[in-house]
Design a protein around this ligand. Sequence first.
Ligand SMILES: NC(=O)c1ccc[n+]([C@@H]2O[C@H](COP(=O)([O-])OP(=O)(O)OC[C@H]3O[C@@H](n4cnc5c(N)ncnc54)[C@H](O)[C@@H]3O)[C@@H](O)[C@H]2O)c1
Length: 354
Amino acid sequence: MGVFTSDTGHEQVVFCQDKQSGLRAIIAIYSTALGPALGGTRFFPYQTEEEALHDVLELSRGMAYKNALAGLDLGGGKAVIWGDPERDKSESMLRAYGRFVASLGGRYYTACDVGTYVGDMDIVARETRYVTGRSVEHGGAGDSSILTALGVFQGMRAAAAHRWGNPSLAGRTVGISGLGKVGRHLAAHLIEEGATVLATDVSDRARDWARETFAQIKLVDTTDELIRSEIDVYAPCALGGALDDATVPELRAEIVAGAANNQLAHPGIDKLLADRGILYAPDYVVNAGGVIQVADEIEGFNFDRAKLRAMKIYDTTRQILTLADAEGVPPAVAADRLAERRMAEVGRLRTIRL
Ligand SMILES: NC(=O)c1ccc[n+]([C@@H]2O[C@H](COP(=O)([O-])OP(=O)(O)OC[C@H]3O[C@@H](n4cnc5c(N)ncnc54)[C@H](O)[C@@H]3O)[C@@H](O)[C@H]2O)c1
């Protein structure tokens, strides 16, 4: 995908290089229609520069839609650092990166993503104030999985209300694939609500956590086994691409609502889900609690305010599912339409000269 040849229309793409520290980064700003672009920094050993560019263009576009539906006054952007985070990351590289973020003068705010952590953002913050996802000690929002899980839980309740006429998940069985940071908090919300939780994880550590913390969680061996089990709701909370041509026909659940990004392996999958009568709560709508949490840092972090915003994921999910029915399109298409509408309608207000 090229910057000028792609039809997605990114506003700005910046290539950043610092030979001494080995930094090779690309910052992509998809849209600032609603405000400064916010999105994390992915540190990943891409095979080629093209692959890194493709990823950052896709991810930054996704953030514009996510931030718009989260009700934030923020546009969408993302950055990638091309390298192996285990081997290549250093203080000087992160600080060099911070100076490039600073050079954009607030058009782009960064945050954590795959391969970057709160400690890294604390280092980036020594060179720029346009950074979120810092540690609590440095004025940050800390672990964003707390509100991510709360938002997924709210999105799931909204889907339950849409499908079954009642948001309560008490007595329902929810299958969680991935008991990581988000999956664990989600399991806790579900157990508190009175749901039965079936779960799986490839990591022994995660499985041990479940055995030690929540004896109520029923563990199964694999995700394949999980999706073939008698579950009412499937919550993918591990990696992307959880819903593909092989898994959807096997799925027993009536609702899919989970934290993982990019759950649909390809665009035709949402149609496949709809044809099977499975209600899909779009991933980027229900997992926006994390970006809501870190975005709050820009105003000076207030957990209660961020939590109130994350609770609104319930209303947004209901609105999208209702719109999908009304317009006869899959929920993912309805979500895109709603995001585009907000970007156009609210973004337009900037044309009123002050
Ligand atoms: N943390 C956040 O705030 C946040 C925000 C938005 C979206 N997400 C997305 O939610 C997902 C989970 O995030 P997280 O922060 O909990 O990550 P994490 O790395 O803490 O947890 C992921 C868990 O999935 C497990 N896993 C990996 N492959 C698996 C497989 N094939 N089958 C079963 N389990 C598997 C891992 O062992 C791990 O325990 C990711 O896709 C992430 O991009 C996270």
